[in-house]
Write a protein that binds this ligand. Structure first.
Ligand SMILES: Nc1ncnc2c1ncn2[C@@H]1O[C@H](COP(=O)(O)OP(=O)(O)OP(=O)(O)O)[C@@H](O)[C@H]1O
Length: 556
């Protein structure tokens, strides 16, 4: 609205100036002959000068206001888009996120969203320039209708012919954007694999040449081609404006009756029109790139399904055991690969027991554990939390019973969602029990550092997990990078103390030295359970090391 008003006022300036130059009536001439005194300046045509000054002021105010307001809207759009993406990611099934991959998600958040916003930011200028163009065309119509129709025809011709390079340029932008996902993936490879690359010059060169720079060159090539085409088209558009002016001065005047006075007005109007046309042409590449990013984000949204989970009241159901009944799951292989199937799985995890899941690499232990922690949705069969069957209505509540540390866990630098009064003392207790008290402090609701060794970071993850105080604990090869002493602490003290608290404890492990500590041993092979061993009633598990008298957990 303001942009339109600004454009309209802007387009009124030329007729105003022309009316002064042309001095169409005697009154004005008289006024011009007797300049008025304003702020000790002699001003000709004082009333018109006032109108001119006020119009300029209005243009300044309305244009600034419209730009500021729309820029603010654009910033809100960016936040809104990112927030929608955060929500989508948070509510997406894990399998879909694994399939899409972090590279695409990060590229959308860091590259597409800013480009969309950049495109949105041009909108006030687009609007202002369109209104200016329409205003000036209206003025042209008043001046000379023949010239008006001629110019309109030329603009229509320009718009139609401009579409060809635009479409071509857009195709290159689409290709560049698609290759940007690959580039993002290889940048992650460079950062994460820097240690391996530094130790092997040939590997590094090969990575740079055939992976990283290949994608970089592809992005560069396509972006250059896209911008070259669109810039050339812009210049063609600019040139077309001058071609129109030239053709009117040199050709059209011979066919249509245009007075000299009209011609001056027409040329001024046409020169003035080139401004908005050129401004519109120059935002075209930005709008085109922005549209490509918008489509990319839309496609991403369509690929992230919403998880079929009803809103949970946060209350887990009452359960003593979790039962798997003929549960099956299948990883899609993607393309020609057959994928990997797990199941049918039948087993029971009880509270007050320690269950070890063992098996060779790739036997399906982690997949089964993600079914148990309700991250993967079973393709068939039932998972029961006590008498509660896990389905879309109950899954949210059931998840609240679970705490898990996977091999690719993430460590947050603060304890989130906890408001216990004695949180500080609990954290201090666990920092000491996990032998981290000299390393990490908990201050102002944050850990002082996470720059720790792998084993120490895993202990921090354990701290965060036990402090959550859930019913079912899953540890995926947690002890793999612990030293022998702390491995023993984990198996002989930490797991038994969780069991003593009536927690259901599940650990995926290759540490056969500690197998007899478990109440139940589930052996997996090629996606199936080949054996389940249960300890006899009354036979106390935990014979390998000296069971500590110290309770790891803080007193209840
Ligand atoms: N996200 C995934 N997408 C597709 N296939 C997968 C995915 N994760 C695992 N797989 C397939 O499932 C198989 C079993 O993987 P899983 O991680 O469950 O094994 P595991 O027993 O935990 O192995 P390890 O002891 O090496 O951790 C793998 O061989 C792989 O082919």
């Amino acid at each position: 609205m303001l942009g339109g008003l600004s454009g309209l006022l802007y387009s009124l300036l030329i007729p105003l100036v022309l009316s002064v130059i042309e001095a169409p009536n005697d009154d004005l001439q008289t006024v011009a002959d007797a300049p008025a005194q304003l702020l000790s300046l002699e001003v000709s045509n004082a009333p018109l000068a006032m109108v001119f000054a006020l119009t300029c002021l209005f243009v300044l105010v309305t244009r600034t206001l419209s730009q500021v307001m729309l820029t603010r809207v654009a910033i809100d759009v960016a936040t809104g888009l990112r927030t929608r993406l955060y929500d989508r990611i948070a509510n997406a099934p894990l399998a879909a996120l694994e399939r899409i991959g972090s590279a695409r998600l990060i590229a959308a958040l860091t590259s597409d969203v800013p480009r969309i916003v950049q495109g949105t930011r041009t909108l006030p200028d687009v609007l202002i320039n369109i209104v200016m163009l329409v205003g000036m065309l209206g003025f042209l119509l008043v001046l000379n209708s023949d010239v008006f129709w001629y110019v309109l025809g030329c603009i229509a011709f320009g718009v139609v012919t401009f579409q060809v390079p635009m479409l071509l340029g857009r195709r290159y932008f689409v290709r560049a954007r698609a290759r940007f996902d690959d580039l993002q993936g290889s940048i992650q490879g460079l950062i994460r694999g820097i240690k391996e690359l530094k130790l092997n010059d040939r590997k590094r060169e090969a990575f740079f040449e055939s992976v990283l720079m290949r994608h970089e060159r592809a992005v560069r090539r396509n972006e250059k081609a896209g911008h070259t085409i669109i810039q050339t088209a812009n210049n063609y558009g600019d040139l077309l404006s001058f071609f129109v002016i030239g053709s009117i001065i040199f050709i059209v005047v011979n066919y249509k009756s245009i007075s000299n006075e009209e011609l001056v007005g027409v040329i001024m109007a046409l020169l003035y029109i080139t401004g908005p046309i050129s401004a519109l042409l120059h935002v075209m590449p930005m709008i085109s790139v922005s549209r490509v990013s918008l489509q990319r984000v839309k496609k991403l949204f369509s690929e992230i399904p919403d998880e079929d989970v009803a809103p949970s009241d946060g209350l887990p159901p009452d359960w003593q055991s979790v039962r798997f009944q003929r549960v099956c799951y299948h990883h899609d292989g993607g393309g020609k690969e057959p994928g990997f199937g797990v199941g049918p799985l039948d087993f029971e995890i009880r509270k007050g027991e320690i269950t070890f899941i063992v098996g060779g690499n790739g036997s399906g232990k982690s997949t089964m554990s993600k079914l148990l922690t309700l991250h993967y949705h079973a393709k068939s069969g039932d998972i029961m939390f006590g008498d509660t069957r896990v389905d879309s209505a109950t899954i949210g509540g059931c998840r609240q019973s679970i705490s898990a540390i996977y091999s690719d866990y993430h460590l947050f630098d603060q304890l989130l969602g906890l408001e216990d009064d004695d949180l500080q003392s609990q954290v201090e207790h666990y920092l000491a029990a996990l032998q981290l008290d000299g390393k990490v402090a908990y201050q102002d609701g944050k850990f002082s550092t996470l720059a720790l060794s792998d084993g120490q970071r895993r202990r921090m993850a354990l701290l965060s997990s036990v402090i959550d105080d859930k019913e079912l604990y899953l540890f995926d090869e947690w002890a793999a990078d612990q030293d022998p002493t702390f491995k023993s602490v984990f198996y002989n003290e930490i797991l038994p103390s969780l069991r003593a608290r009536n927690k259901a404890v599940v650990a995926i492990t290759h540490d056969d030295r500690y197998f007899d500590l478990a109440d139940q041993l589930i052996v997996m092979e090629d996606g199936r359970i080949t054996r389940i061993e249960r300890r006899q009633q009354g036979q106390q598990a935990g014979a390998t090391g000296p069971a500590s008298s110290v309770d790891f957990l803080v007193p209840a």
